[in-house]
Design a protein around this ligand. Structure first.
Ligand code: PLP
Length: 275
């Protein structure tokens, strides 16, 4: 009998030394979900739970070398793309993944950190739309990011649902859209998932906590990892919503920094007594 192998999931993203967002968060999520995590570092940040104090780019050439060396040896079953830093890195990543005909690409439309600091330069938004959006199989915008991409305000749940359809149309229907509703008020958090044909609503009750740093990074990684593991995108988004909801619900168990702390990526895993 053939043994089913553990899938390999790649995160291409930036490093947040405080461990709540970026590559470190992605690796924790991918591991918690039960896949093997690999990473290509696209940018470094100096960051804590209160602010991003600096961004140090990685050259496009070296990002390419990391990708090429990894893909030469390792089969990648799903990819999460996060903060890429600058235009040149975006173009390089897009070109490489296109040549590889990479599958299961989940693109987090990272633009601004919870602290308010910019993670995507203004002049890179157009390149992002031209190079990475057409490549993605799923995009995961929050409300401020969807507002930038669509150039209009999103204020209600109806707006969220229309935004999910319109963003999918922006990719000629190629990408599914997981439109996050967490920025709206209310005791229920509703997200909208449009796969190009069907709209689904994913609901959870809201946990009132300031510790939500890295939720976007974590959700997109969870979708990539569950997709690789379950082989079905629809199942993956529901599993990911459940995963993020419990990680936020347990965030206050951690004691990391004085600003927006991280969510508890291993809350559920550790609860089963594995440590
Ligand atoms: N830092 C890095 C390296 C990131 O990739 C991201 C998000 O993708 C963030 C910070 C922002 O995280 P948050 O908006 O949750 O603070």
């Amino acid at each position: 009998m053939e043994t089913r192998k553990i899938p390999n999931v790649l995160t291409i993203a930036g490093v947040d030394p405080s461990g709540g967002a970026g590559v470190l968060a992605d690796v924790k999520v991918i591991s918690a979900v039960g896949c093997f995590a690999t990473s290509v570092i696209a940018a470094l940040t100096a960051q804590n739970t209160r602010a991003v104090t600096g961004i140090y780019p990685v050259s496009a050439d070296f990002v390419h070398q990391q990708l090429k060396t990894l893909f030469d040896d390792v089969q990648i079953d799903a990819i999460k793309i996060g903060m890429l830093g600058d235009k040149e890195v975006m173009k390089t990543v897009a070109e490489f993944l296109q040549l590889q005909k990479a599958q299961r690409i989940v693109l987090d439309t990272v633009m601004v950190a919870k602290s308010g600091d910019r993670l995507m330069p203004d002049d890179a938004v157009e390149v992002f739309c031209q190079t990475l959006l057409p490549l993605a199989h799923v995009i995961t915008p929050n409300i401020p990011e969807a507002e930038v991409l669509l150039g209009r305000k999103i204020e209600t749940e109806d707006d969220l649902s229309v935004a999910a359809r319109d963003l999918s149309a922006m990719t000629q229907g190629r990408a599914a859209v997981y439109m996050k509703g967490g920025h709206l008020d209310g005791s229920t958090c509703r997200d909208f998932f449009f796969d190009g044909q069907t709209m689904q609503v994913l609901e959870s009750s809201r946990t009132y906590t300031k510790n939500t740093h890295g939720t976007g990074c974590s959700l997109s990684s969870a979708i990539a990892a569950y997709w690789a593991k379950l082989g079905d995108l629809n199942k993956a988004v529901f599993a990911s919503k459940r995963y993020i909801t419990q990680a936020i619900a347990q965030a206050d168990m951690l004691n990391v920094g004085t600003g927006h702390g991280p969510i508890h990526h291993f809350g559920e895993v550790w609860a089963y007594g594995l440590t």
